[in-house]
Design a binder for this molecule. Sequence first.
Ligand code: PLP
Length: 458
Amino acid sequence: MPDQVMSNSKIIGSYIEKTPGSEKLAREALNVLPSGIAHDSRYLKPYALYIDKAFGPHKWDVDGNRYIDYFGGHGALLLGHCHPEVTSAVQDALAAGTQFGANHPREVEWADQVIKMVPSAERVRFTSSGTEATLMALRLARSFTGKNKFVRFKTHFHGWHDHMTAGYTSHFDGGATAGVVDGVADNVVLVSPQDISEIKSVLKADKDIAAVIVEPTGSSFGMVPMSKEFLQTVRVMTEEENVLFIFDEVVTGFRCSPGGAQKAFGIKPDLTTLAKILAGGLPGGAVSGRKDILDDLDFERAALLGREKIGHPGTFNANPVSAAAGIAALKIIESSDACEKANQSAAVLRGKFNEILEKQNIPWVAYGTFSGVHLYMNRDGHAIHRSSFNPNEIGYADLKNKDKVLVTKLRLAMAINGVDFNNSPGAQLSASHTQEDLEFTSDAFNEAIKMLKNDGEL
Ligand SMILES: Cc1ncc(COP(=O)(O)O)c(C=O)c1O
């Protein structure tokens, strides 16, 4: 953000005044961490908050300020922070040892629970993260089909390994991003997330496609939504062309519904990648899906079928503490209305935001699917009809086109008013947010819009 914007801004002044402890830590962090951070989406100017503790839908910074949290552990915390049953399961597991270097009962129970809940899951292989899960899904698809290439949708995110970098926020021509060799990028075919004819012609023309991978509710948890009909068409096309269909349910799994987006849409992929909620707020991931495909990870099945087994070690795969948290969280989600509650709260918040935008005459729209809230920030100044707004009719580049200074100031203004808005900018709701939290958040949003007006941004 240009220095001039920073120094003239009342919003930035108030933020710095409210958060001296975070400012001090951020200065120290710059000496030891690139950009002072550990995850790109925690990058914020002049600096991001340093959090001390969190409970339910709330978190507290090192200066003791409370925030309503809409990051939700990057989506991992559908039940909110420190759910008592999850915490107690973790404490029990922790006291019994954190790393056995051996099989353990909880990994069997965890896999069983996943198979019970996720329609496409016949077998499960645990990993340590979502990135590792999509890496293994792609490797399984290649090994199983004997084909080399993958289709990805532009702007969809699947972690940060080499196959997933081009076409997310840059390099939409498919060119290799920094540090990735051309050969890897050459095997990724990027297609439009909004034009079904493009993927259709790719699948018809190129017989070396092993799989199509998708964020099933669309890029960035529905910021660029993907319709059920689009997914159904891709499912039919992939079956016709003998191509595997991978649902990346790292965010949507156990969130859209207890069985994820695939259950909500009634579409069965061949492989499903999971993480975040899967491990109840601790590190963990998994690739799951058809048994015949996961057989390529099975010593005896692969030998029997005369196939080369895919190697897969991983020190923290199915870590017992993550397993305990995961089992506890998934059982609660399976037997409660947690997903529905988060979905309903998101709908309430979208409605409240739209009323405020209408009253304050701001040509933005709050929209989203399931438990997500996004803001269409309308940089090109289109006429807005909120009641009939349909993001599927807006190009993906337009939906993603945000003014960085405005987004930053909105997030800072929300923080000043006690809300940690995510960097979408928007919110991922949990089952722990209450009506009172939603009221508090919409008051904060109302104030934040006024502050942006006073700062000359709107
Ligand atoms: C859809 C999707 N896939 C994969 C990943 C990568 O997961 P992880 O951060 O656990 O590596 C993410 C992370 O946000 C994601 O949103």
